[in-house]
Every structure is written in structure tokens, then in C-alpha cells.
Ligand binder design. Structure first.
Ligand SMILES: Nc1ncnc2c1ncn2[C@@H]1O[C@H](COP(=O)(O)OP(=O)(O)OP(=O)(O)O)[C@@H](O)[C@H]1O
Ligand SMILES: [Mg+2]
Length: 190
């Protein structure tokens, strides 16, 4: 592809739209399929919708980190993820219990951790995070992942939510590892 054609496509395909492929320029170098997707949502339902798209892609062993300030919409996104994954239970905030476990008809499980009240990776043991990560047939979704960063595997999807205004949130998803790059590709095609 020529630089001019890539530039034309780049203009047509706004990088802020998750449904489109990204192009990025570093001097003369064009990087295709940057491992980041940006999107904006305009309501809680809209955030849940994107969460459901992501949840539908989850498989055992996946780790989804959801970061953002208080009220950024982490649990709202997590609710959508659980719904899209097919949770049989209602997905809500595990702030006071630390970990919620959801099940699915095929026996797979989804752990939803809220690490807000943990201080560091040593605290991760207190909620058996290593066991959750090693669990067969289970995926892990964690809010406030920065609290226990050292206890998390290097390969993961990192989702950062940012409050823009009362109804608008910016969501940045970055893949670390090929499994999550694949996930972002599927989301761009959604
Ligand atoms: N576009 C949006 N996306 C997500 N939530 C939104 C949006 N617009 C408004 N909201 C509202 O923002 C709030 C987000 O709350 P939520 O519990 O999901 O945040 P949180 O990041 O989990 O916070 P905490 O760290 O306190 O648990 C909800 O009341 C939701 O209805
Ligand atoms: Mg929350």
C-alpha cells in the first residue's frame, strides 16, 4: 500500500472508531493494526453493549483488566462483558466481596475481581488471585488491576475508561499478546 493510499484510508477511518482499522505514521513508516482501540460511549447502555461484544469473545484463561477512576464505568462495562459471555447470574460490583464468580451452561466460569481495597500484589494472595488465574475453564475480569499489577500475567487486555462528561466515556483497549490482538481485531470488525 502506498503512503498516500494509507493516508486516505486513515482519514476515512477515524482512529477513534473501534469499528475501523487503525493506521499510524512514524516518519515514513506506516504501522497497520496498532494494538489499541479507542472508542467513546454516550450512555451506560452503550458501554454495556461494547462490553457484551468483548464478553462474547472470552475463552478460559483470558485476563481482562479494567482500569479507571471511581465512577468511570468499570462495573458498567463488566456487566456487559458478563452478559455477552453468557453469565447465568446477574453481574454486579464485587467491591465488598472482592470476587464474584459467574457460571455458564457449558460449565465455564468467569471471575470478576474488584481490587480497589487491596494495597499491593502481596494482598492478591488474600483473595487467592493466583488460584483464580490458574483455574481451568475460567476467564478473569479485574477492576482496579493496577493495585495488583505484579500478580497479573504480562499477556492481557488492558481496558482504560475515562470520564469525559456525565454521559460520555472514552474507552481505550490495549492488547498485550497475540491472543488479545486477535480480540481487538474482532472488535474492530464488530
Ligand atoms: N457512557 C457511560 N458509560 C458507563 N457509565 C456511564 C456512562 N454514562 C453515565 N454512566 C454512569 O456512570 C456510572 C458508572 O458507574 P460504575 O459503577 O460502572 O463505575 P466504576 O468505574 O465501576 O466505579 P467504582 O470504581 O466506584 O466501582 C453509572 O452510574 C453509569 O450509569
Ligand atoms: Mg466498580
Amino acid at each position: 500500500m502506498t503512503v498516500a493510499r494509507a493516508a486516505r484510508l486513515s482519514k476515512q477511518n477515524s482512529p477513534r472508531s473501534a469499528g475501523r482499522r487503525l493506521f499510524c505514521f512514524f516518519g515514513n513508516v506506516i504501522i497497520l493494526a496498532v494494538p489499541v482501540v479507542y472508542l467513546q460511549t454516550y450512555s451506560a447502555a452503550h458501554t454495556r453493549q461494547w462490553g457484551a461484544r468483548l464478553g462474547a469473545l472470552l475463552a478460559p484463561g483470558d485476563v481482562i483488566c479494567v482500569s479507571g477512576e471511581l465512577g468511570a464505568g468499570k462495573t458498567t462495562l463488566a456487566t456487559g462483558i458478563g452478559h455477552g459471555w453468557g453469565a447465568l447470574e446477574v453481574v454486579n460490583s464485587p467491591t465488598f466481596v472482592f470476587v464474584n464468580e459467574y457460571s455458564r451452561a457449558d460449565g465455564h466460569r468467569l471471575y470478576h475481581v474488584d481490587a480497589y481495597r487491596l494495597r499491593d500484589a502481596a494482598d492478591a494472595d488474600s483473595i487467592a488471585l493466583p488460584d483464580l488465574l490458574d483455574s481451568p475453564a475460567a476467564a478473569l475480569l479485574i477492576e482496579w488491576p493496577e493495585r495488583v499489577l505484579a500478580a497479573l500475567p504480562p499477556e492481557r487486555l488492558w481496558v482504560a475508561l475515562r470520564w469525559v462528561d456525565e454521559h460520555t466515556r472514552e474507552i481505550r483497549m490495549e492488547s498485550c499478546g497475540p491472543r488479545y490482538a486477535w480480540m481487538l481485531d474482532r472488535l474492530r470488525d464488530a
